[in-house]
Design a protein around this ligand. Structure first.
Ligand SMILES: [Zn+2]
Ligand SMILES: [Zn+2]
Length: 195
């Protein structure tokens, strides 16, 4: 992903010319060339397994900071899991399942009578369903999710519907925060694909 830099004579942000005084630095995230001023932030880059903070340009630093925040908070929620009524479409039957992110963050495990593993990299869309919408714009709470993913070894898409269950054994608050974490994860995934 690193761009070769022998051809870039100027900082790609402020356009200062590089010379003996203005040294060239590479952002460790996007690999573009910047002057010291424009690439001065050192932030952890969890995605690339850098343990120590590395030099990144302003735009990437912001993105990495968001990711770190995400890693710290949301992953814990996703890994702890929550209970949902899961419908694997086109089937009409729904099943109560515990959904959680695997320890290596690569799969969504769904456990009930059946066991499903959905590879996170194959998730193509996440749509959060909400309840409690008022025309004036009151508080809404996530109560479900439509997940679309590519079946492994095939080009077919499958859709699964997750709904917070009404029964007393289910913790609605927990499932709402799990869905919120999933929503943030999906946004982050698409932002990083966009770059
Ligand atoms: Zn960058
Ligand atoms: Zn610069």
């Amino acid at each position: 992903m690193l761009v070769t830099c022998s051809h870039c004579p100027r900082c790609m942000q402020c356009e200062t010319k590089f010379d003996f005084i203005t040294r060239k630095h590479h952002c460790r995230r996007c690999g573009k060339c910047y002057c010291d001023k424009c690439c001065s932030k050192k932030v952890p880059l969890p995605r690339m397994c850098f343990v120590d903070p590395v030099r990144q340009c302003a735009e990437c630093a912001l993105m990495s900071q968001k990711e770190t925040e995400f890693y710290d908070r949301q992953l814990k929620v996703l890994m702890a899991g929550a209970t949902f009524l899961v419908t694997a479409e086109p089937s009409e039957k729904s099943e109560t399942m515990v959904c959680r992110l695997s320890n290596n963050h690569r799969y969504l495990f769904l456990d009930g009578g059946n066991h499903y593993e959905i590879e996170v990299a194959r998730i193509s869309s996440v749509q959060i369903l909400t309840e409690g919408f008022t025309p004036g714009g009151g508080n809404t709470r996530a109560n479900g999710m439509l997940l679309q993913y590519k079946v492994s070894g095939s080009e077919d898409f499958k859709q699964m519907k997750f709904t917070s269950c009404e029964d007393v054994n289910c913790n609605k608050k927990l499932s709402a925060s799990w869905l919120a974490a999933m929503h943030k994860a999906a946004k982050l995934l698409y932002e990083s694909l966009d770059q």
